[in-house]
Design a protein. Structure first.
Length: 458
């Protein structure tokens, strides 16, 4: 088969690829220079919409493409397939790369096509963990769903339209499980969540934060079973799932099962070719791997965190966007014999379910102080938490904050002010963050501006 050749190639067509394409255009990429290769069949879109708007019932701000192509989440121009065409950027879709030879700068697709590049950006994201891979009995039954791409979201949406009075079991207690459970419930589905930990989202939530969301979900009619796992599934004779079998001996009837038990960075193509750390592809502050002209961004990238002095991976939208921008700027700077400032990332995560919306900035280590109204039945839902490490405030979580308050917690996590006493922090609550913001000097204002470069809506 004829070989195709590009100056710049992005492998992956997800969030970071889309934001990288935008930055290439900002930098003046010439027609024919850039290609995006993706196994997906549609141009890059905001993946975060899949567990939220995409699954909403018809009429309730249900989202469909093209409304959430990148950069809808940042509030910038929506990059439709025509945009790529106008810029001369090749979207090579429905193409799975099965081999990468970084020595010869060649990628090979499942259909045997060869793609040559001069500069490669790896943006392959994460691969969903599947219960069938763990050999669970019945795990391939019909109506057991996972959620990573738009085809999977569409399958769930169609099952919801077909089974209006279904019982659903959501396996998992993390991001996916909480967001899908809420969306299913909005469709009037009877929902039960199951997860092994003592509280939901233990990667970020403390028992105090989790108690609010579990209480809120219970009030919405979602049942939560903790401390057990799914060990298999029974199916009807037609192959559709019938029961979820739990380790504690129970069998939960289910017409629909949604599984969210984690994801792994998609790095297998590069084993033995690239250095890895903390499970991802190790990069420097300019997003460069150990192989010249090969960069990595988004979920797969393990980067040095200047602020926390460690190496970490972040599986969230904000880092996907910013790391993409950083890589493209670094590539253009190096072509001009220049360099740019190293990546200095402040972790930022968010989620939205029902009428709730939380944001988190910083690091979730150290002692914690919960503040505000944590009663899940109250009208306000406004509460938060500070993480305090070595006397400094290093992380802040806020539910139902205003734009100003969310800006303020970002600033606090960045500047890490001295904490007050635990009692005082709890008493002052969000007022503490607003005071830090109010007293920020010019350099702090500079930081604040950097962190509001990108609007943060999903
Ligand atoms: P991805 O967006 O996953 O893109 C990877 C791309 O690479 C895909 O197009 C994939 O098909 C392609 N690919 C991989 N391997 C190959 C191959 N061999 N050949 C060809 N193509 C390949 N984060 C938040 O901060 N807030 C949220 O509310 C939020 N909601 C989310 C909801 C869902 C349902 C999911 C799944 C994730 C959510 N996230 C959220 C996480 C966020 O979407 C990811 O961190 C982000 O998408 C990472 O971007 P990425 O470009 O690294 O990977
Ligand atoms: P996760 O790691 O957040 O949660 C996995 C959960 O599954 C954990 O609670 C775990 O204990 C539980 N679990 C594991 N095995 C289980 C079993 N056999 N039975 C029941 N529960 C089990 O992963 P996720 O929620 O699947 O998310 C996948 C990826 O998508 C992550 O990268 C995440 O960051 C991303 N994502 C992010 C957001 C957001 O930022 N708002 C939203 C959706 C997805």
């Amino acid at each position: 088969m004829a070989e195709k050749s590009f100056k710049y190639m992005i492998l992956g067509g997800g969030v970071s690829a889309g934001y990288a394409a935008r930055e290439f255009a900002n930098q003046g990429v010439k027609p024919g220079e850039l290609a995006i290769i993706s196994r997906e069949t549609v141009a890059p879109y905001e993946r975060a919409a899949l567990s939220k708007g995409y699954l909403f019932p018809e009429g309730a701000s249900r989202q469909r493409l093209p409304s959430f192509h990148i950069c809808a989440g940042a509030g910038w121009e929506i990059l439709l397939p025509e945009w790529y065409e106008e810029k001369g950027i090749s979207l090579i879709m429905d193409t799975e790369i099965v081999e990468a030879d970084l020595d010869s700068k060649t990628l090979i697709s499942a259909a045997g096509e060869a793609f040559k590049y001069q500069v490669l950006i790896i943006a392959t994201g994460s691969t969903v963990l599947r219960l069938s891979d763990c050999g669970l009995q019945g795990a391939n039954s019909k109506n057991i769903f996972y959620l990573r791409d738009i085809d999977e979201a569409e399958q769930i949406s169609q099952a919801l339209d077909a089974k209006k009075t279904a019982k659903a079991v959501v396996v998992g207690g993390g991001y996916i499980a909480l967001e899908i459970s809420a969306s299913l419930r909005m469709n009037n589905i009877d929902v039960t969540m199951i997860f092994p930990e003592p509280w939901c989202m233990p990667r970020l939530f403390t028992p105090g934060i989790a108690a609010f969301y579990e209480g809120y979900y219970a009030n919405k009619g979602i049942k939560i079973i903790k401390g057990t796992v799914a060990i298999g599934f029974d199916a009807h004779p037609n192959g559709e799932v019938k029961n979820v079998l739990l380790a504690d001996g129970r069998a939960l009837p289910a017409d629909i099962v949604a599984v969210g038990v984690g994801a792994m960075p998609a790095t297998t193509l590069f084993y033995w070719q690239l250095n890895e750390e903390v499970g991802g592809i190790k990069i420097d502050g300019l997003m460069r791997t150990n192989v010249p002209d090969v960069y990595a961004i988004g979920d797969v990238a393990s980067f040095y965190s200047k602020i926390y002095n460690d190496v970490r991976r972040v599986e969230h939208v904000d880092h996907a966007r910013r790391s993409a921008e950083q890589a493209v700027k670094a590539i253009y700077a190096s072509e001009q014999g220049m360099t740019i400032e190293e990546y200095d990332y402040l972790p930022f995560f968010y989620s939205k379910t029902f009428d709730l919306s939380w944001q988190f900035y910083g690091d979730n280590v150290g002692d914690t102080v919960l503040f505000g109204d944590t009663d899940p039945k109250s009208e306000s839902h406004k509460f938060g938490q500070y993480w305090i490490d070595n006397g400094k405030v290093v992380g802040v979580f806020l539910e139902s904050g205003t734009a100003e308050e969310c800006d303020a917690i970002g600033l606090v996590a960045r500047v890490q002010p001295d904490a007050l006493s635990m009692d005082e922090m709890a008493k002052q609550g969000i007022y503490f963050a607003l005071c830090v913001q109010g007293h920020s000097d010019i350099s702090l204002k500079g930081l604040k501006k950097r962190h509001s470069d990108l609007p943060y809506s999903p």
